[in-house]
Design a protein around this ligand. Structure first.
Ligand SMILES: [Zn+2]
Length: 114
């Protein structure tokens, strides 16, 4: 079983910390990273189709989130600020069903649906 976290958090985090993609002479054309999803995919070492599939699905597993956070250089709790609770939930007794998953704190904000 897996606890899932919203992919949008990672995308928002990434876009907040990088300059918007430029039509001309973007940093991403010279080996750097801009706020584009393509740059994020490159940083994560995954294909465009993988990253877009995860965004479309809307969720990634905590295992994948952990790996991806490390690849962008931060602890996952910096991106998913309820991370420790999620981990506790996923490891806790009797919390092995999605329907039982009720650990996010009150200030947990759902990303607005597009
Ligand atoms: Zn760019």
């Amino acid at each position: 079983m897996h606890v899932m976290v919203p992919t949008a958090r990672l995308v928002d985090w990434w876009q907040d910390r990088h300059d918007p993609h430029q039509q001309i002479r973007c940093i991403c054309t010279t080996g750097g990273f801009c706020a584009s999803i393509e740059s994020l995919a490159k940083r994560l070492g995954v294909s465009h189709s993988t990253i877009f599939r995860r965004i479309r699905t809307g969720e990634i597993t905590t295992d994948e989130a952990d790996e991806w956070a490390i690849l962008v250089g931060v602890h996952p709790s910096r991106i998913w600020n309820d991370w420790d609770r999620l981990r506790t939930c996923s490891d806790g007794p009797g919390q092995n069903q999605w329907s039982d998953w009720r650990c996010p704190p009150d200030d947990y904000e759902e990303s607005p649906s597009v």
